[in-house]
Write a protein that binds this ligand. Structure first.
Ligand SMILES: C[S@@+](CC[C@H](N)C(=O)[O-])C[C@H]1O[C@@H](n2cnc3c(N)ncnc32)[C@H](O)[C@@H]1O
Length: 122
């Protein structure tokens, strides 16, 4: 099992997920903390002295596009996602990493609310 909970930035967590997926046995469990923040003040790009989830939430874009199993949990205060490790997801993410960083780095809290809503309502 891997628990990704280090530097709470989109690009770093994205790379953490690629790297652990590449090194784990397929079917191992990966959990990523801080992906479903509840407050915009917790989701700032730069670190704060309060609860800080950063912009980890932008991983929702590739993870909702991924066709494999992904379980989101709204556990307070900043949420969690759990998924099985697989070399296929490492490849899938590696192939789109650069594009996703360019496309989503400037996404806003309003964008987050939209993708969160689509998660809840399908
Ligand atoms: C949110 S805390 C979580 C710690 C642990 N997972 C826990 O639940 O207690 C994140 C930790 O990652 C460390 N960290 C952040 N960025 C890092 C980096 N680039 N390299 C190594 N450690 C880092 C921080 O210093 C902090 O100890």
């Amino acid at each position: 099992m891997a628990f990704i909970d280090g530097l709470h930035t989109f690009d770093q967590v994205y790379r953490d997920l690629i790297n652990v997926s590449n090194h784990m046995t397929d079917g191992g469990i990966i959990a990523i903390h801080d992906i479903l923040p509840e407050e915009p003040s917790h989701a700032t790009k730069n670190i704060t002295n309060s609860i800080w989830a950063g912009d980890v939430w932008k991983l929702l874009y590739p993870l909702t596009d991924w066709s494999g199993e992904v379980r989101f949990s709204f556990v307070k205060p900043t949420g969690m996602v759990v998924l099985p490790a697989h070399k296929d997801i490492a490849r899938f993410l590696t192939n789109r990493y650069e594009d996703d960083i360019e496309r989503y780095s400037e996404a806003t809290w309003e964008d987050y609310l939209k993708i969160k809503e689509s998660l809840i309502n399908g």
